[in-house]
Write a protein of this length. Structure first.
Length: 372
């Protein structure tokens, strides 16, 4: 096992675009942390008893939800329970409005050494539209406070393709370029960017269906992405995965384990695990069901065994997203790559197929073509 993912499902309010499992029942945080610690002790003990040589935990990732809604003491308690002093990367996702200087110092002392701050936009109008509870000023102040507290491995999230980026005062591209420039001015080590997607049941999808907003067209979204890649790589960032950019030495170790199909353990409601071979498992995405199971010492996970076809399709889907691409011998029919290479959508090194920027625009089409 390489990493542990810890799902913290609590949010003060739901963002308009998000369909991740979350809850606003903040009063259940302490009971949830109790359950998390019980699950961690039980599953780590079981895992180690089944291995001749226990595999060290190298990364820990608090995701959500909004993990920064846990107190520093609760974060420390979870980390103490896991007891992985050898972990080189311990990430906590955070809302900018939660990152006071005292909180930052306390979680750093608890063992968190990397922050993933959900900024999403530096435009207050956009932040209101998508339901974020912080302002642009708070976002910038949070990054500065984190740096002052000693954090030197900071990632921020940005979203593009948002309807109100089509401002009458600016073209979509110039508005997005301004966002990129503000991100670069912060001096962070990692930037994750995502194109807005309209997920079933979210407020943004309802607004789209009611005609309250208009979806940004695909050509504009592609142009935004091209601009992003050009500007960040010119600033020294490595484009190491479709949505992720890092300064040299600052790639997300934890997230890279997903793309490399390294074993990981998921703790918390809705969290997924993978044994590195053929088994995936997941906890129920129901807060009370999860807490009750841990209180009773029950294993509430559901498991599936991956077939050879499942494993092949995952290698294609995950590998093609990375800067390293996929090994040529992994593709069952290499002739499938030829038309994409001829059109400049893939490039071939000595032994790998790698998507070009143009290929990334149609990556889903390539993946569908290659999957079995």
């Amino acid at each position: 096992m390489s990493g542990i993912y810890i799902h913290i499902p609590f949010c003060k309010s739901r963002c308009a675009y998000c369909d991740f499992f979350s809850t606003t029942l903040l009063s259940r945080r302490e009971a949830y942390v109790d359950a998390l610690c019980k699950e961690a002790k039980r599953r780590l003990a079981t895992l180690n008893s089944n291995l001749l040589t226990p595999t060290p935990i190298t990364t820990i990732y608090f995701g959500g939800g909004t993990p920064s809604l846990l107190s520093a003491e609760q974060v420390a308690r979870v980390l103490q329970t896991i007891d992985a002093p050898q972990a080189t990367e311990v990430t906590l996702e955070a809302n900018p409005g939660d990152l006071s200087p005292d909180y930052l110092r306390a979680i750093r002392e608890a063992g968190v050494n990397r922050l993933s701050i959900g900024i999403q936009s530096f435009d207050d109008e956009v932040l209101r539209l998508i339901g974020r509870r912080h302002t642009a000023a708070q976002a910038k102040a949070a990054v500065k406070a984190a740096q002052d507290a000693g954090f030197d491995n900071i990632s921020i999230d940005l979203i593009y393709g948002i309807p109100s980026q089509r401002s009458p005062r600016n073209s979509p591209l110039s508005a997005w370029e301004a966002q990129i420039e503000q991100a670069l001015q912060l001096g962070v080590q990692h930037i994750s960017t995502y194109c807005l997607s309209y997920e079933e049941g979210t407020r943004m999808t309802h607004m789209l269906e009611q005609g309250e907003i208009n979806e940004v067209d695909e050509d504009t979204e592609n142009a935004m992405y091209d601009l992003l890649v050009a500007r960040l790589t010119a600033a020294g960032f490595e484009h190491y995965e479709v949505s992720n950019f890092a300064l040299p030495g600052y790639r997300s170790q934890h997230n890279s384990s997903y793309w490399n199909r390294t074993p990981y353990l998921g703790l918390g409601a809705g969290a997924h695990s993978y044994d590195g071979a053929r088994t995936r498992s997941w906890n129920p995405d129901n807060l009370e069901e999860y807490i009750r199971a841990q209180e009773n010492g029950e294993d509430a996970t559901t498991c599936e065994t991956l077939t050879d076809t499942d494993l092949y399709n995952e290698r294609i889907m995950l590998g093609l997203r990375t800067a390293e691409g996929i090994a040529i011998e992994e593709l069952h029919d290499t002739a499938l790559a030829t038309p994409y290479i001829e059109r400049g959508l893939l490039r071939q090194t000595d032994n790998r197929f790698i998507a070009t920027i143009s290929g990334i625009h149609i990556m889903n089409r390539i993946i569908e073509d290659w999957m079995e």
